[in-house]
Design a protein around this ligand. Structure first.
Ligand SMILES: NS(=O)(=O)c1ccc2o/c(=N\O)[nH]c2c1
Ligand SMILES: [Zn+2]
Length: 258
């Protein structure tokens, strides 16, 4: 199966997922010089129900929180989106040290990690149908920057890490509103792209927040304490689960701010 190591890493994905060499792949480099300020872009809003949070799991590739998306319970709207999109899951990407780990890169800056909140368009009958549509998915991406005054709201997620150390572990994660993780500013860049992992479908409207959230080096170390192996297998640290930036080709990156 695919992974992030030499033999099954990002450069090999196209063998089983040809779209990985497509023209609308993610992540990308976001450079001020190439961004286009779009004053028609609306602000985005998240209305999340804390009771929609269900479980937190380790799938050997990331740490994921899963939400009830059986109706319009926790939704993202506005911004570049044509309507409401249902929150389905959030997950993280991180490095093996604090100086890298994010997927998107901003003016050459790599952050220590990146939080993705994945939403799907309920105009399609289900998530699997939505991933086959160019307007099927919306991902809100938030950079994790290492600093001295970490965001206390990250603690709740990191407290569960010990319970999901190895691949396949999943525990209840009730009563959690992920909007407490958002930075102050809602300024964002937006462009059309893909999943940053196989199947690499080009179905995502990316909304990348300009302002990172601050986490501590210890909190990043906590994420790195996850293992990608199952319980009874030799320990393999789950680190560097990020895809390198892909060619932008003829895509416009729009900014909601001047
Ligand atoms: N990293 S990403 O593009 O946000 C993303 C989001 C949801 C995903 O589900 C996946 N397999 O079931 N890969 C994946 C990547
Ligand atoms: Zn992701």
């Amino acid at each position: 199966p695919w992974g992030y190591d030499g033999d099954n890493g990002p450069d090999q994905w196209h063998k089983n997922y040809p779209i990985a060499k497509g023209r609308h792949q993610s992540p990308i480099e976001i450079n001020n010089k190439e961004v286009h300020y779009d004053r028609s872009l609306l602000p985005w809003f998240a209305s999340y129900d804390p009771c929609a949070a269900k479980t937190i799991l380790n799938n050997g590739k990331t740490c994921r929180v899963v939400f009830d998306d059986s109706f319009d319970r926790s939704v993202l709207r506005g911004g570049p989106l044509p309507g409401v999109y249902r929150l389905r899951q959030l997950h993280f990407h991180w490095g093996s040290s604090d100086d890298h780990g994010s997927e998107h890169v901003v003016n050459g800056v790599r952050y220590a990690g990146e939080l993705h909140l994945l939403h799907w368009n309920p105009k399609y009958s289900n998530y699997l149908d939505a991933v086959r549509r160019t307007d099927g998915i919306a991902v809100l991406a938030i950079f994790l920057q290492v600093g001295k005054t970490p965001k206390p709201e990250m603690k709740r997620i990191l407290e569960e890490i010990n319970a999901i150390k190895t691949k396949g572990k999943e525990v209840p994660f009730p009563n959690f509103d992920p909007s407490i993780l958002f930075p102050k500013s809602h300024d964002y860049w937006t462009y059309h792209g893909s999943f940053t992992t196989p199947p690499c479908e080009e179905c995502i409207t990316w909304i990348v927040l300009r302002e990172p959230i601050i986490v501590s080096s210890d909190q990043m170390a906590k994420l790195r304490s996850l293992s990608k192996n199952a319980e009874n297998e030799p320990d393999l640290p789950l680190v560097d689960n990020w895809r390198p930036t892909q060619p932008r080709y003829f895509r416009m990156v729009s900014a909601s701010f001047l």
